[in-house]
Write a protein that binds this ligand. Structure first.
Ligand SMILES: C[S@@+](CC[C@H](N)C(=O)[O-])C[C@H]1O[C@@H](n2cnc3c(N)ncnc32)[C@H](O)[C@@H]1O
Length: 216
């Protein structure tokens, strides 16, 4: 019995690794955002056994959201972070989800409605063509998204312009994400886009990097 269980786990891990490698390879030639039918993989990070130590709750603690902030969630997916984040911002604060896929945005809206959240809005758009008023956000976060964006450098530069002078950027990634970026890569991209690393939480396999916006 134990042998069967171990073998099943090994098969699942190998299969996941093969899918991840295929996905990375595909993304070299085509733009391929996380499909709606795969969102259950991220939902695993929302379970009570994963959330506190390796998932949603831990990421939210590391980002340091506070009530009243105006926040941008880039690539919110089905709202795994956006829904609890919007609760952390009450009263008066709000989160805007910038999502590139229409179907994903619809799923997010349905889930947020079900969760009774209303201090949020969804904008359908591409982070590389951000069209927000300059200096309108207190905090912008990316979670398991930056590697999926066709031009992450451009997306970070756009975010810099959309942040207030004292605004913060935070980037979280997990090694299980097929388009994972290492902390070193993210720091290099963010510094080039005009940010300074202010704190680093976690380890290479599940990290959150917090950045301050550099003055002109
Ligand atoms: C892997 S999911 C992560 C979802 C969520 N951040 C989480 O951690 O649960 C990535 C999401 O980013 C979106 N996305 C990818 N490229 C984008 C872009 N250029 N602009 C906005 N959203 C994008 C995808 O459609 C997808 O919903």
């Amino acid at each position: 019995m134990l042998r069967v269980m171990i073998l099943t786990i090994v098969y699942i891990c190998v299969l996941y690794l093969l899918i991840s490698l295929f996905w990375r390879w595909m993304c070299r030639n085509h733009y391929f955002p996380c499909p709606v039918w795969l969102i259950w993989v991220l939902d695993i990070l929302n379970l009570s056994i994963t959330s506190r130590e390796s998932g949603t709750e831990k990421t939210l603690r590391r980002m340091g959201l506070s009530p009243g902030q105006i926040v941008l969630d880039v690539g919110p997916g089905a709202g795994r972070l956006l829904i609890p984040a919007s609760k952390c911002l009450l009263p008066r604060g709000k989160v805007i989800g910038l999502e590139i896929q229409f179907e994903m945005a619809r799923l997010l809206r349905d889930r947020a409605k079900k969760a009774g959240v209303n201090n949020f809005s969804i904008v359908l758009g591409d982070a590389t063509k951000l069209n927000f008023r300059p200096g309108c956000f207190d905090l912008i976060y990316f979670c398991a998204v930056l590697g999926e964006i066709s031009n992450p450098q451009k997306a970070l530069e756009n975010c810099r312009a959309a942040l207030k002078t004292e605004g913060h950027l935070t980037v979280t990634d997990l090694v299980c994400s097929p388009l994972y970026l290492s902390p070193r890569t993210v720091i290099a991209l963010a510094e080039k886009a005009g940010f300074r690393l202010s704190s680093k939480r976690g380890y290479w396999y599940f990290y959150t990097l917090n950045f301050a916006k550099l003055k002109e």
